[in-house]
Design a protein around this ligand. Structure first.
Ligand SMILES: [Zn+2]
Length: 221
């Protein structure tokens, strides 16, 4: 049976979310049939969030094309930024259907796309666009997206804190990239590093206990 840990109630059937608090559910659904009608449209707040993220990715894509037009050196790296966002959107489309653990998927998508971009860059003469732009932009977007999703979906801190923490740690790499002079375009990496430190500080100041508990739980200490 599915359970809402937040409200402490068991739910028969296969509802997508808790009917009381709209949180994600744990446990396995049973096939007794839903006692309450299941809405198949997204809540208004989620639709707003998706529109916001869509607008954000369009803006970021346009900015990357504009920068690319001004600085054509290094080839058409902006195409890869757009491919990254397109990939995030394909992922979102899948998750709108599934709607469980969107925050985890956002993190992994950022990691996988960054890694693919790096490999692509590496084997096409290494122009540096993957580390200059793709990694820091995706990393920063993921931090913001995880936080927004958690607020809109009213997630329990335990459901997303580790993903946000891991994304922050990934963002800290930007500092190393700048210091080691591996990146030539400093701005995206500097923004990513700044955002990582701020998000990390927020986690450590306000959610230290939850973070420590989650790390212990995951490592089975
Ligand atoms: Zn609930």
């Amino acid at each position: 049976m599915l359970r809402c840990d937040r409200c402490g109630i068991d739910l028969p059937g296969n509802p997508l979310r808790c009917p009381l608090c709209q949180s994600a559910l744990s446990g396995t659904p049973d096939n007794t049939g839903n006692r309450f009608p299941v809405p198949n449209t997204l809540p208004k707040a989620s639709r707003k969030l998706l529109a916001l993220i869509a607008f954000g990715t369009v803006c970021a894509s346009v900015i990357s094309v504009v920068i690319n037009l001004i600085r054509p050196a290094g080839g058409w790296w902006s195409l890869f930024v757009i491919t990254g966002f397109a990939s995030l959107w394909i992922d979102f489309a899948v998750l709108i259907r599934k709607r469980n653990n969107l925050t985890k998927d956002v993190l992994w998508q950022a990691v996988v796309v960054s890694l693919l971009a790096y490999l692509w860059d590496r084997f096409t003469g290494f122009h540096g666009w993957s580390l200059d732009y793709v990694l820091p932009i995706l990393c920063t977007c993921a931090m913001i997206a995880i936080t927004l999703i958690a607020q809109i979906q009213k997630l329990h801190i335990q459901d997303y804190i580790l993903y946000l923490f891991m994304d922050c740690m990934l963002g800290i790499i930007s500092f190393v990239l700048i210091r080691a002079r591996i990146v030539r375009v400093i701005t995206p990496c500097a923004i990513c590093f700044g955002a990582s430190v701020i998000f990390l500080a927020a986690l450590l100041f306000f959610e230290r206990k939850a973070l420590w508990e989650e790390i212990q739980r995951r490592l089975h200490w």
